[in-house]
Design a protein around this ligand. Sequence first.
Ligand SMILES: [Zn+2]
Length: 282
Amino acid sequence: MVEWFVDSHAHASPLGLGYEEVVRRFKQAGGKLIVLVQLTPGSYGFESNLEGVVRSLEVHVGLCGRVRSEYGSVLCFGGLHPAVADRLARSSKSVDWVLAEIERNYMRKLRDILIGGLLDGLGEFGRPHYPAPPESWALNELLLVKSLELARDLDKPVHVHSENSGLVTLESLKFFVDKVGVPRRRVLVHHVPPSQVPIYSREGFYVSVVGKLEVARSVGSECSNVLVESDYLDDPRRPGAVAYPWEIRREVLKAVEEGSISEHCGSRILALNPAEFYGTTG
Ligand SMILES: [Zn+2]
């Protein structure tokens, strides 16, 4: 087993432990690389309106940039979570106005920040994992397409949040990704239930699964495109949700020790696959 590991999708919030403490604890546990993905505006103390979304991007870029330069081993991802787009779609403004404003005020800013090198990738974009009004679904799909266009134009990885409906989700993602022309290997379908891992990886997508023993033991032997994430929310109201970034290696090791997955797969999902996906070296 390789000694180091990567947390492929985590969050930090200034209202929780904070960026610095999360990264410090992760590195102390032997973590090599942690991908910090922008949270919803409420996690930065802002309202879920357009201004809150823009400000949360600014705060995330500032805080993540600081830990990235101070500690290294950090990648910073920015996006518009489907739950936030859903909130915007349900607001008193028309959804047409919301889309135009997001394009004008947010996506352009995101593009500039990516070009400036203060962000390393895009995420999360996609669709909500709960029932939402049709206009919210449509808005989210349009934003997903726009994020894929950015990923293509700027050659950046993108994290997709989805409803995880199996083949239906896979086929619709294939449609968007191929139509836009992003290589599938640049797309990470995040927080995938282990039973759905093979359908995505066989089609050339990367997937990430939560670094918990019960999940890791179900990954099986098809581990070529699987990454591990904590999806840590750093939310003081939900401590430890979804997993702690500094505990994911231990959880995967338990699955290896009990013989549920091979050592080879343990090393692949914790370290070698993410290194491939993010283009870093061990
Ligand atoms: Zn997440």
